[in-house]
Design a protein around this ligand. Structure first.
Ligand code: PHE
Length: 435
Protein backbone atom coordinates (compact mmCIF):
# COMPACT_ATOMS: atom_id res chain seq x y z
CA UNK A 1 0.00 0.00 0.00
CA UNK A 2 2.83 2.36 0.77
CA UNK A 3 4.31 1.49 -2.62
CA UNK A 4 1.14 2.61 -4.33
CA UNK A 5 0.67 5.68 -2.13
CA UNK A 6 4.19 7.06 -2.18
CA UNK A 7 5.01 8.26 -5.65
CA UNK A 8 4.97 11.30 -7.86
CA UNK A 9 1.96 12.53 -5.89
CA UNK A 10 4.26 13.31 -2.99
CA UNK A 11 7.38 14.51 -4.74
CA UNK A 12 6.03 16.18 -7.84
CA UNK A 13 2.38 17.01 -7.20
CA UNK A 14 2.37 18.10 -3.57
CA UNK A 15 4.96 20.91 -3.86
CA UNK A 16 3.42 22.41 -6.99
CA UNK A 17 -0.16 22.30 -5.69
CA UNK A 18 1.05 23.93 -2.44
CA UNK A 19 2.67 26.61 -4.62
CA UNK A 20 -0.48 27.14 -6.65
CA UNK A 21 -2.59 27.54 -3.54
CA UNK A 22 -0.54 29.89 -1.45
CA UNK A 23 1.54 27.70 0.91
CA UNK A 24 1.00 27.08 4.61
CA UNK A 25 -2.77 27.62 4.78
CA UNK A 26 -3.20 25.00 2.07
CA UNK A 27 -0.98 22.58 4.00
CA UNK A 28 -3.22 22.93 7.06
CA UNK A 29 -6.28 22.11 4.96
CA UNK A 30 -4.35 19.22 3.46
CA UNK A 31 -3.56 17.80 6.91
CA UNK A 32 -7.20 18.08 7.92
CA UNK A 33 -8.28 16.40 4.69
CA UNK A 34 -5.80 13.59 5.24
CA UNK A 35 -7.04 12.64 8.67
CA UNK A 36 -10.72 13.59 8.57
CA UNK A 37 -11.62 12.66 5.00
CA UNK A 38 -8.93 10.51 3.42
CA UNK A 39 -8.13 8.21 6.36
CA UNK A 40 -11.80 7.28 6.94
CA UNK A 41 -12.08 6.46 3.24
CA UNK A 42 -8.90 4.43 3.37
CA UNK A 43 -10.51 2.46 6.19
CA UNK A 44 -13.80 2.14 4.29
CA UNK A 45 -12.02 0.77 1.21
CA UNK A 46 -10.02 -1.63 3.36
CA UNK A 47 -13.17 -2.91 5.02
CA UNK A 48 -14.89 -3.55 1.67
CA UNK A 49 -11.79 -5.16 0.19
CA UNK A 50 -11.08 -7.53 3.05
CA UNK A 51 -14.74 -8.44 3.42
CA UNK A 52 -15.27 -8.92 -0.33
CA UNK A 53 -11.87 -10.56 -0.91
CA UNK A 54 -11.77 -9.39 -4.52
CA UNK A 55 -11.23 -6.34 -6.76
CA UNK A 56 -13.64 -3.40 -6.50
CA UNK A 57 -16.09 -4.78 -8.97
CA UNK A 58 -16.02 -8.30 -7.54
CA UNK A 59 -16.15 -7.20 -3.91
CA UNK A 60 -19.13 -4.93 -4.45
CA UNK A 61 -20.86 -7.62 -6.48
CA UNK A 62 -20.37 -10.02 -3.60
CA UNK A 63 -21.42 -7.64 -0.82
CA UNK A 64 -24.35 -6.05 -2.65
CA UNK A 65 -25.35 -8.40 -5.46
CA UNK A 66 -27.63 -7.12 -8.20
CA UNK A 67 -27.66 -3.51 -7.04
CA UNK A 68 -26.77 -0.20 -8.66
CA UNK A 69 -23.59 -0.19 -6.53
CA UNK A 70 -21.98 -2.03 -9.45
CA UNK A 71 -21.50 1.38 -11.06
CA UNK A 72 -19.11 2.27 -8.28
CA UNK A 73 -17.00 -0.63 -9.42
CA UNK A 74 -16.90 0.77 -12.95
CA UNK A 75 -16.10 4.29 -11.82
CA UNK A 76 -13.10 3.08 -9.92
CA UNK A 77 -11.79 1.36 -13.01
CA UNK A 78 -12.09 4.37 -15.27
CA UNK A 79 -10.32 6.88 -13.00
CA UNK A 80 -6.99 5.05 -12.54
CA UNK A 81 -6.77 4.51 -16.29
CA UNK A 82 -7.17 8.25 -16.91
CA UNK A 83 -4.67 9.01 -14.15
CA UNK A 84 -2.18 6.57 -15.61
CA UNK A 85 -2.33 8.44 -18.94
CA UNK A 86 -0.90 11.68 -17.55
CA UNK A 87 0.97 10.09 -14.65
CA UNK A 88 3.15 8.27 -17.15
CA UNK A 89 3.98 11.59 -18.81
CA UNK A 90 5.44 12.80 -15.52
CA UNK A 91 6.98 9.36 -15.02
CA UNK A 92 8.66 10.02 -18.37
CA UNK A 93 10.06 13.29 -17.02
CA UNK A 94 11.76 11.36 -14.24
CA UNK A 95 13.21 8.95 -16.82
CA UNK A 96 14.59 11.96 -18.71
CA UNK A 97 16.06 13.46 -15.53
CA UNK A 98 17.65 10.15 -14.61
CA UNK A 99 19.35 10.12 -18.04
CA UNK A 100 20.47 13.71 -17.48
CA UNK A 101 21.79 12.89 -14.02
CA UNK A 102 23.71 9.91 -15.43
CA UNK A 103 25.21 12.22 -18.06
CA UNK A 104 26.28 14.69 -15.30
CA UNK A 105 24.09 17.30 -16.99
CA UNK A 106 23.18 19.06 -13.77
CA UNK A 107 26.72 19.91 -12.81
CA UNK A 108 27.48 21.99 -15.90
CA UNK A 109 27.84 25.81 -15.69
CA UNK A 110 24.78 27.56 -14.33
CA UNK A 111 23.63 29.20 -17.55
CA UNK A 112 22.99 25.80 -19.15
CA UNK A 113 20.57 24.92 -16.38
CA UNK A 114 18.33 27.94 -16.92
CA UNK A 115 15.12 27.13 -18.72
CA UNK A 116 16.17 23.47 -18.66
CA UNK A 117 12.69 22.08 -18.09
CA UNK A 118 11.02 24.61 -20.39
CA UNK A 119 13.22 23.58 -23.32
CA UNK A 120 12.68 19.89 -22.68
CA UNK A 121 8.92 20.03 -22.24
CA UNK A 122 8.15 22.28 -25.19
CA UNK A 123 10.01 19.99 -27.58
CA UNK A 124 7.79 17.45 -29.29
CA UNK A 125 9.66 14.17 -29.35
CA UNK A 126 11.79 13.99 -26.22
CA UNK A 127 8.88 13.99 -23.74
CA UNK A 128 6.97 11.51 -25.91
CA UNK A 129 9.94 9.15 -26.11
CA UNK A 130 10.43 9.08 -22.34
CA UNK A 131 6.68 8.78 -21.78
CA UNK A 132 6.77 5.74 -24.06
CA UNK A 133 9.68 4.26 -22.11
CA UNK A 134 7.84 4.73 -18.82
CA UNK A 135 4.59 3.19 -20.01
CA UNK A 136 6.44 0.25 -21.60
CA UNK A 137 8.28 -0.51 -18.36
CA UNK A 138 4.98 -0.35 -16.47
CA UNK A 139 3.30 -2.66 -18.97
CA UNK A 140 6.31 -4.97 -18.97
CA UNK A 141 6.22 -5.36 -15.20
CA UNK A 142 2.48 -5.95 -15.11
CA UNK A 143 2.67 -8.43 -17.96
CA UNK A 144 5.83 -10.20 -16.93
CA UNK A 145 4.47 -10.80 -13.45
CA UNK A 146 7.69 -9.41 -11.99
CA UNK A 147 5.74 -7.27 -9.58
CA UNK A 148 7.30 -9.05 -6.62
CA UNK A 149 10.70 -8.20 -8.00
CA UNK A 150 9.90 -4.53 -8.29
CA UNK A 151 8.32 -4.54 -4.85
CA UNK A 152 11.52 -5.91 -3.36
CA UNK A 153 13.49 -3.34 -5.29
CA UNK A 154 11.23 -0.61 -4.02
CA UNK A 155 11.90 -1.69 -0.45
CA UNK A 156 15.50 -0.65 -1.05
CA UNK A 157 14.62 2.43 -3.06
CA UNK A 158 12.05 3.93 -0.66
CA UNK A 159 14.48 4.34 2.24
CA UNK A 160 17.08 5.61 -0.23
CA UNK A 161 14.62 8.16 -1.56
CA UNK A 162 13.84 9.19 2.01
CA UNK A 163 17.54 9.67 2.72
CA UNK A 164 18.13 11.66 -0.47
CA UNK A 165 15.18 13.95 0.27
CA UNK A 166 16.55 14.60 3.77
CA UNK A 167 19.92 15.56 2.26
CA UNK A 168 18.20 17.85 -0.25
CA UNK A 169 16.05 19.42 2.50
CA UNK A 170 19.13 20.23 4.55
CA UNK A 171 20.85 21.62 1.49
CA UNK A 172 17.83 23.55 0.28
CA UNK A 173 17.00 25.29 3.56
CA UNK A 174 20.61 26.48 3.84
CA UNK A 175 20.60 28.16 0.42
CA UNK A 176 20.83 31.97 0.55
CA UNK A 177 17.32 33.36 0.27
CA UNK A 178 15.67 30.11 1.42
CA UNK A 179 14.03 31.75 4.47
CA UNK A 180 11.20 33.11 2.35
CA UNK A 181 10.42 29.60 1.16
CA UNK A 182 10.41 28.25 4.69
CA UNK A 183 8.05 30.93 5.95
CA UNK A 184 5.87 30.31 2.89
CA UNK A 185 5.45 26.76 4.15
CA UNK A 186 4.92 27.51 7.84
CA UNK A 187 3.20 30.93 8.08
CA UNK A 188 -0.39 30.53 6.96
CA UNK A 189 -2.24 33.33 5.22
CA UNK A 190 -5.89 32.38 5.57
CA UNK A 191 -7.12 35.44 3.70
CA UNK A 192 -6.57 33.76 0.35
CA UNK A 193 -8.45 30.55 1.12
CA UNK A 194 -11.27 29.71 -1.26
CA UNK A 195 -13.55 26.74 -1.92
CA UNK A 196 -11.17 25.79 -4.72
CA UNK A 197 -8.27 25.70 -2.29
CA UNK A 198 -10.15 23.39 0.03
CA UNK A 199 -11.17 21.13 -2.85
CA UNK A 200 -7.60 21.05 -4.12
CA UNK A 201 -6.40 20.06 -0.62
CA UNK A 202 -8.91 17.25 -0.52
CA UNK A 203 -7.98 16.21 -4.08
CA UNK A 204 -4.30 16.10 -3.19
CA UNK A 205 -5.00 13.97 -0.11
CA UNK A 206 -7.00 11.51 -2.23
CA UNK A 207 -4.48 11.40 -5.04
CA UNK A 208 -1.56 10.95 -2.70
CA UNK A 209 -3.17 8.09 -0.80
CA UNK A 210 -4.42 6.41 -4.01
CA UNK A 211 -8.00 6.69 -2.77
CA UNK A 212 -11.34 6.44 -4.49
CA UNK A 213 -10.01 4.23 -7.28
CA UNK A 214 -10.18 0.84 -5.68
CA UNK A 215 -6.42 0.43 -5.30
CA UNK A 216 -6.57 0.32 -1.52
CA UNK A 217 -9.64 -1.89 -1.76
CA UNK A 218 -7.88 -4.38 -4.03
CA UNK A 219 -4.73 -4.46 -1.87
CA UNK A 220 -6.85 -4.88 1.26
CA UNK A 221 -8.39 -7.98 -0.26
CA UNK A 222 -4.99 -9.63 0.25
CA UNK A 223 -4.78 -8.55 3.91
CA UNK A 224 -4.67 -11.28 6.53
CA UNK A 225 -7.49 -11.63 9.06
CA UNK A 226 -5.35 -10.57 12.00
CA UNK A 227 -3.90 -7.47 10.35
CA UNK A 228 -5.26 -4.28 11.81
CA UNK A 229 -7.09 -2.09 9.34
CA UNK A 230 -6.81 1.07 11.40
CA UNK A 231 -3.08 0.67 11.99
CA UNK A 232 -2.35 -0.02 8.33
CA UNK A 233 -4.36 3.05 7.27
CA UNK A 234 -2.70 5.25 9.84
CA UNK A 235 0.76 3.92 8.98
CA UNK A 236 0.30 4.51 5.27
CA UNK A 237 -1.18 7.98 5.82
CA UNK A 238 1.63 9.08 8.12
CA UNK A 239 4.40 7.72 5.86
CA UNK A 240 2.79 9.32 2.84
CA UNK A 241 2.40 12.64 4.62
CA UNK A 242 5.99 12.60 5.77
CA UNK A 243 7.26 12.14 2.22
CA UNK A 244 5.03 14.96 0.96
CA UNK A 245 5.99 17.45 3.66
CA UNK A 246 9.67 16.67 3.23
CA UNK A 247 9.36 17.13 -0.53
CA UNK A 248 7.77 20.51 0.16
CA UNK A 249 10.73 21.51 2.31
CA UNK A 250 13.16 20.21 -0.29
CA UNK A 251 11.64 22.17 -3.13
CA UNK A 252 10.05 25.39 -1.86
CA UNK A 253 13.10 26.99 -0.19
CA UNK A 254 15.06 26.38 -3.41
CA UNK A 255 12.22 27.85 -5.49
CA UNK A 256 12.45 31.07 -3.50
CA UNK A 257 16.24 31.04 -3.41
CA UNK A 258 16.28 30.77 -7.20
CA UNK A 259 13.69 33.53 -7.59
CA UNK A 260 11.23 31.16 -9.27
CA UNK A 261 7.46 31.50 -9.16
CA UNK A 262 5.91 29.06 -6.61
CA UNK A 263 2.66 28.95 -8.59
CA UNK A 264 4.41 27.86 -11.80
CA UNK A 265 2.34 24.66 -12.06
CA UNK A 266 3.24 21.05 -12.91
CA UNK A 267 6.79 21.92 -13.97
CA UNK A 268 7.76 23.47 -10.63
CA UNK A 269 9.69 20.56 -9.14
CA UNK A 270 11.41 19.72 -12.40
CA UNK A 271 12.44 23.37 -12.71
CA UNK A 272 13.75 23.58 -9.18
CA UNK A 273 15.69 20.31 -9.07
CA UNK A 274 18.28 21.17 -11.75
CA UNK A 275 18.95 24.39 -9.85
CA UNK A 276 19.43 22.50 -6.57
CA UNK A 277 21.79 19.91 -8.05
CA UNK A 278 23.67 22.55 -9.97
CA UNK A 279 24.24 24.63 -6.81
CA UNK A 280 25.17 21.51 -4.92
CA UNK A 281 27.78 20.74 -7.55
CA UNK A 282 29.28 24.21 -7.14
CA UNK A 283 29.36 24.31 -3.37
CA UNK A 284 30.32 20.70 -2.67
CA UNK A 285 31.87 18.65 -5.46
CA UNK A 286 30.30 17.84 -8.83
CA UNK A 287 30.56 14.11 -8.20
CA UNK A 288 28.70 14.38 -4.89
CA UNK A 289 25.85 16.22 -6.60
CA UNK A 290 25.90 13.70 -9.45
CA UNK A 291 25.68 10.69 -7.14
CA UNK A 292 22.87 12.21 -5.09
CA UNK A 293 20.93 13.18 -8.21
CA UNK A 294 21.32 9.73 -9.77
CA UNK A 295 20.11 7.92 -6.64
CA UNK A 296 17.34 10.49 -6.24
CA UNK A 297 15.92 10.14 -9.75
CA UNK A 298 16.32 6.39 -9.80
CA UNK A 299 14.33 6.12 -6.55
CA UNK A 300 11.68 8.53 -7.83
CA UNK A 301 11.38 6.41 -10.93
CA UNK A 302 10.88 3.25 -8.89
CA UNK A 303 8.36 5.01 -6.61
CA UNK A 304 6.50 6.24 -9.69
CA UNK A 305 6.56 2.77 -11.23
CA UNK A 306 5.09 1.06 -8.17
CA UNK A 307 2.24 3.60 -8.27
CA UNK A 308 1.73 3.27 -12.03
CA UNK A 309 1.71 -0.51 -11.77
CA UNK A 310 -1.03 -0.32 -9.14
CA UNK A 311 -3.12 1.80 -11.52
CA UNK A 312 -2.70 -0.49 -14.50
CA UNK A 313 -3.32 -3.56 -12.35
CA UNK A 314 -6.84 -2.30 -11.50
CA UNK A 315 -7.80 -2.20 -15.19
CA UNK A 316 -6.08 -5.48 -16.04
CA UNK A 317 -7.77 -7.29 -13.16
CA UNK A 318 -11.15 -6.00 -14.31
CA UNK A 319 -10.68 -6.80 -18.00
CA UNK A 320 -9.29 -10.25 -17.36
CA UNK A 321 -11.43 -11.36 -14.41
CA UNK A 322 -14.74 -9.80 -15.41
CA UNK A 323 -14.53 -9.49 -19.21
CA UNK A 324 -12.62 -12.67 -19.96
CA UNK A 325 -9.76 -10.96 -21.82
CA UNK A 326 -6.36 -12.59 -21.56
CA UNK A 327 -3.90 -10.63 -19.40
CA UNK A 328 -1.80 -9.99 -22.47
CA UNK A 329 -4.69 -8.46 -24.40
CA UNK A 330 -5.79 -6.42 -21.39
CA UNK A 331 -2.30 -4.98 -20.92
CA UNK A 332 -2.01 -4.23 -24.63
CA UNK A 333 -5.37 -2.46 -24.72
CA UNK A 334 -4.59 -0.35 -21.66
CA UNK A 335 -1.11 0.46 -22.87
CA UNK A 336 -2.33 1.70 -26.26
CA UNK A 337 -5.08 3.75 -24.66
CA UNK A 338 -3.01 5.35 -21.91
CA UNK A 339 -0.12 5.98 -24.29
CA UNK A 340 -2.36 7.81 -26.76
CA UNK A 341 -4.04 10.00 -24.15
CA UNK A 342 -0.62 10.55 -22.56
CA UNK A 343 0.80 11.81 -25.86
CA UNK A 344 -1.94 14.45 -25.99
CA UNK A 345 -1.15 15.43 -22.39
CA UNK A 346 2.53 15.65 -23.18
CA UNK A 347 1.90 17.81 -26.24
CA UNK A 348 -0.31 20.11 -24.18
CA UNK A 349 2.91 21.61 -22.76
CA UNK A 350 4.14 22.39 -26.28
CA UNK A 351 2.33 22.44 -29.63
CA UNK A 352 -1.09 21.81 -28.06
CA UNK A 353 -0.68 24.45 -25.33
CA UNK A 354 -3.40 26.52 -26.95
CA UNK A 355 -6.03 23.78 -26.61
CA UNK A 356 -8.11 24.66 -23.55
CA UNK A 357 -10.71 22.47 -21.87
CA UNK A 358 -12.75 24.38 -19.29
CA UNK A 359 -9.94 26.92 -19.14
CA UNK A 360 -7.21 24.33 -18.54
CA UNK A 361 -4.63 22.58 -20.68
CA UNK A 362 -5.42 18.95 -21.56
CA UNK A 363 -2.99 17.77 -18.88
CA UNK A 364 -4.38 20.05 -16.15
CA UNK A 365 -7.94 19.28 -17.12
CA UNK A 366 -7.50 15.50 -16.75
CA UNK A 367 -5.55 15.94 -13.52
CA UNK A 368 -8.17 18.21 -11.98
CA UNK A 369 -11.01 16.03 -13.22
CA UNK A 370 -9.51 12.99 -11.51
CA UNK A 371 -8.06 14.45 -8.31
CA UNK A 372 -10.73 16.98 -7.48
CA UNK A 373 -13.80 15.15 -8.75
CA UNK A 374 -13.53 11.48 -9.66
CA UNK A 375 -11.42 10.32 -6.71
CA UNK A 376 -13.48 12.18 -4.08
CA UNK A 377 -16.63 10.92 -5.79
CA UNK A 378 -15.33 7.35 -5.56
CA UNK A 379 -14.36 7.92 -1.92
CA UNK A 380 -17.73 9.47 -1.16
CA UNK A 381 -19.51 6.40 -2.53
CA UNK A 382 -17.20 4.03 -0.65
CA UNK A 383 -18.05 5.69 2.67
CA UNK A 384 -21.75 5.60 1.83
CA UNK A 385 -21.39 1.91 1.04
CA UNK A 386 -19.71 1.10 4.34
CA UNK A 387 -21.74 3.55 6.42
CA UNK A 388 -25.18 2.90 4.99
CA UNK A 389 -25.25 -0.25 2.88
CA UNK A 390 -23.12 -2.77 4.75
CA UNK A 391 -24.62 -4.13 7.99
CA UNK A 392 -23.00 -2.43 10.98
CA UNK A 393 -21.96 -5.74 12.65
CA UNK A 394 -20.02 -6.70 9.50
CA UNK A 395 -18.26 -3.36 9.47
CA UNK A 396 -17.45 -3.71 13.17
CA UNK A 397 -16.17 -7.25 12.67
CA UNK A 398 -13.76 -6.16 9.94
CA UNK A 399 -12.58 -3.05 11.73
CA UNK A 400 -12.05 -4.72 15.10
CA UNK A 401 -10.89 -8.10 13.77
CA UNK A 402 -13.95 -9.71 15.34
CA UNK A 403 -13.69 -7.75 18.57
CA UNK A 404 -9.99 -8.34 19.08
CA UNK A 405 -8.68 -4.77 18.55
CA UNK A 406 -9.65 -1.11 18.27
CA UNK A 407 -13.09 -1.74 19.78
CA UNK A 408 -13.02 1.57 21.64
CA UNK A 409 -12.40 3.79 18.64
CA UNK A 410 -14.85 1.96 16.39
CA UNK A 411 -17.77 4.20 17.35
CA UNK A 412 -15.94 7.40 16.46
CA UNK A 413 -14.53 6.02 13.21
CA UNK A 414 -17.94 4.67 12.22
CA UNK A 415 -19.52 8.04 12.90
CA UNK A 416 -16.93 9.77 10.74
CA UNK A 417 -17.40 7.23 7.96
CA UNK A 418 -21.17 7.44 8.11
CA UNK A 419 -21.70 11.17 8.50
CA UNK A 420 -18.66 13.38 8.65
CA UNK A 421 -16.66 12.22 5.62
CA UNK A 422 -19.51 12.00 3.09
CA UNK A 423 -21.05 15.28 4.23
CA UNK A 424 -17.62 16.96 4.20
CA UNK A 425 -16.95 15.84 0.63
CA UNK A 426 -20.43 16.87 -0.46
CA UNK A 427 -20.03 20.35 1.03
CA UNK A 428 -16.73 20.78 -0.79
CA UNK A 429 -18.26 19.60 -4.06
CA UNK A 430 -21.19 21.97 -3.80
CA UNK A 431 -19.16 24.96 -2.68
CA UNK A 432 -16.72 24.36 -5.50
CA UNK A 433 -19.59 24.49 -7.97
CA UNK A 434 -21.16 27.58 -6.47
CA UNK A 435 -18.17 29.79 -5.58
N1 PHE B 1 -0.76 7.80 -4.83
C1 PHE B 1 0.04 7.80 -6.01
C2 PHE B 1 1.13 8.85 -5.85
O1 PHE B 1 1.17 9.57 -4.90
C3 PHE B 1 -0.78 8.04 -7.23
C4 PHE B 1 -1.95 7.10 -7.39
C5 PHE B 1 -3.22 7.61 -7.51
C6 PHE B 1 -1.75 5.73 -7.43
C7 PHE B 1 -4.31 6.78 -7.65
C8 PHE B 1 -2.85 4.86 -7.60
C9 PHE B 1 -4.11 5.38 -7.70
O2 PHE B 1 1.95 9.01 -6.70
Amino acid sequence: MAGSAIGLGNIWRFPYVVGEHGGAAFIILYLLSCFLLALPIFIAESIIGRRGRSNTYGSIKKLAPGTAWQWLGLLTIVSPIIILSYYSVVGGWSVEYLFKALAFDFTVPEEHIEGFFGRFISSVWEPIIVHTIFILITAGVVLGGVKNGIEKFSKICMPLLFLMIIIIVVYSVLLPGAEKGISYLVKPDFSKLTAQTATAAMGQAFFSLSLGVGTVLTYASYMKEDEKIFASGMGTAVADLLFAILAGFAIMPAVFAAGMEPGAGPGLVFDALPFIFNQMGHTSAPWISAIISIIFFLSILVAALTSAISMMEVGVAYLSEEKGLSRKKAVLLLTVFTWTVGVLCSLSFGPLAGVRLAGNSIFDCLDKLCSNWLLPLGGFLFTLFVGWKMPKPDVRDEFTNRGRCNTRIFKTVYFIMRYFAPVGILILFISNLIF
